[in-house]
Design a protein around this ligand. Structure first.
Ligand code: SF4
Length: 307
């Protein structure tokens, strides 16, 4: 396929998927001031780039402010982001805070730095959001980050838990959004190459890369290569949850479940293997729990491909 056409299709797809996530989760509303956290990595550059495009054509008016926290890691090229953002003509703020020295001082040699480092970074970014009057904080996590987190929680955390597309921050004061929640990482890699973002390496702190996350990321990539569509199905599954078919008693009233005596064609066949349903393309109703056709059915919106 002609390269230009392919690039045009990639841009359309990125805008469509980001727009879809914004609408599905009501991420951005009229008058919002969105603080876009920019690390210098491909994902956050891509996020800002696509949000700027959507800002031009969105039916609602919103502001964007790019924010970078310069943590004073050795070798951080502090001129790169200001130069790039000035050229782009976007409003930005660089917050200079030497969290690197604090972390190095407090954490014993050889121990992982990330937990304290991210706690400090979070607190600083919340404060900056307050100072800038930001109503939303946008982060650059994408679909594959969310799936990696899901698998990590499943394998190591004994929890069925991914990464939310929208959440209220732990201080209760901020709404954090992830507009790239539907975007596969490979599209962001290609977009970064195409747009020639001035990428800043993420290894400056010298911290060990999270090995488990890396392994899970490789697993997802291998699956996608061997079984195209599997990763996409996993992402769709996050929007298609059937609490009656899991075992969390806090989510489904198993204790009070009673036979109703009323047959239900779409109910479960208790003695048969559960068939694996093909993903639906339309909003659908989760099946009612077996023997309880009167129970309300949760309507779960399933993502559809927009043109
Ligand atoms: S990788 Fe480095 S910058 Fe990132 S959280 Fe860990 S210590 Fe901080």
């Amino acid at each position: 396929m002609n390269i230009e056409l392919e690039n045009h299709k990639l841009e359309k797809r990125l805008c469509r998927e980001v727009g879809r996530a914004i609408v599905d989760y009501n991420m951005i509303e009229e008058g919002d001031r969105v603080m876009v956290c920019l690390s210098g990595g491909k994902d956050s550059y891509g996020l800002l780039d696509i949000l700027l495009k959507l800002q031009q054509r969105a039916p609602v008016k919103f502001e964007l402010i790019a924010v970078n926290l310069d943590q004073k890691q050795p070798g951080f090229p502090e001129h790169v982001l200001p130069e790039y953002l000035t050229k782009l003509g976007v409003r930005f703020h660089i917050e200079n805070q030497d969290t690197y020295s604090i972390v190095k001082r407090v954490i014993p040699e050889g121990k992982t730095l990330c937990s304290l480092c991210s706690r400090l970074r979070r607190g600083i970014l919340y404060r900056v959001a307050d100072e800038l009057g930001a109503t939303k904080i946008a982060l650059g996590h994408h679909r594959d980050d969310i799936l990696q987190t899901l698998l990590l929680n499943l394998f190591f955390g004994a929890k069925l838990k991914g990464m939310p597309a929208k959440l209220v921050s732990d201080d209760g004061k901020h709404v954090v959004i992830r507009p790239l929640a539907y975007v596969p990482e490979k599209d962001l890699v290609r977009w970064a190459e195409l747009r020639q973002f001035p990428i800043i390496p993420c290894t400056l702190c010298g911290s060990q890369e999270n090995l488990q996350r890396k392994q899970v990321g490789n697993l997802l990539r291998e699956w996608e290569k061997k079984y195209p569509g599997r990763v996409e199905n996993m992402a769709s599954a996050l929007q298609n949850v059937v609490p009656s078919h899991l075992m969390d008693r806090a989510l489904f009233p198993f204790e009070t479940l009673r036979a109703t005596g009323v047959p239900d064609d779409s109910g479960d066949k208790a003695f048969d293997d559960e068939p694996v349903a093909a993903p639906a393309a339309q909003p659908c109703a989760a099946p009612a729990p077996q023997g309880n056709p009167a129970a309300p059915r949760a309507v779960i919106p399933i993502a559809t491909e927009a043109s």
